[in-house]
Write a protein that binds this ligand. Sequence first.
Ligand code: NAD
Length: 315
Amino acid sequence: MKFAMIGAGAMGLRYGILLQEAGNDVTFIDTWQPHIDKIREQGGVYVMRDHEDRHLVDIKLETPESYDDDPDMFIIFAKQMQLADYLERCAHFIKPKHYAFTCMNGMGHIEKIQKYFDDDKIIGGTALIATVLPGPGEVDFMGKRGAGKLNMCPLNEKPDQMCYDLFNELDKAQMNPTLTDDFMGTLMTKVIFNSVINTICTMFEIQMGEFGNFSGFDSMARQLIDEAYDICARADIHLVSSRDEEMKALEVNTRVDMPLHYPSMYQDMINDRPTEVDYINGYIAELGRKYHYEAATHLFVTQAVHLAEYHRQNE
Ligand code: NAD
């Protein structure tokens, strides 16, 4: 298949390079000038796996202004706050027949993507896969080859041939896709997962294992989960995991799978970039408001992360 990655940051590079290695035609589109300059200067991207085996991978790289092709599918990986600008700059090459797939964290991106892509051609998803961009022109794939997994679901919940083709390419690229049948439930289950780990680890600048093994982990996680699940019940969103399954997934992820990892939200904070907290805990709190439920913990945590950002930027 022919792919164009809108956003060649940590996740865009991971998905794109794995799809390229699986035999697909992939072009990367990015806007961060130091990153673009470095990739051009060194003739590709330096790729590592768990900080090791640093090697150069040749990629096709364009800016939104220079890209002029007709892919089968766009894969979108920007940070939530960048997406509107990204799509505006890309609008000139997006045609009504084009498909978009994204596994961005948080919520708010789908409405923005709907302004440019037909509802029947949007595939959303969630990625349980950790990737770090240590600096311009470099990416570190955390976990062994074949590690991590993703869920995907078409917005209209009716998979078509293009959706199955995408699934097969992701499978060949060893990204362990699962096709689910509830769009909102799939996305919100991951938003809630992130609302616990990403936020707390970012605010205290700790690794996931430090939080997962903390004696207060269960009660802190449970409070955030309970609030979010109560709100989703009011909003009639059918989450794909029960509360206990979500707790178990958090325990395994923090204690067993990625104890030494810092979540992507933390990577933003230490690089003095705004975090996605308004699209994660903030989104849950906003949804609560709509259904007359005061999500006091999510509201508090949203502001606590903003305080941590503010403190960092004014140190
Ligand atoms: P990223 O920040 O690495 O890249 C996104 C865009 O920001 C790219 O265009 C990149 O070039 C640009 N960028 C990177 N550093 C920059 C800097 N210092 N200044 C200016 N621009 C910069 O983001 P990502 O990790 O690829 O995340 C994309 C989406 O996927 C987000 O919604 C994220 O939450 C989600 N996600 C990330 C991970 C992960 O492990 N990285 C895992 C699951 C989901």
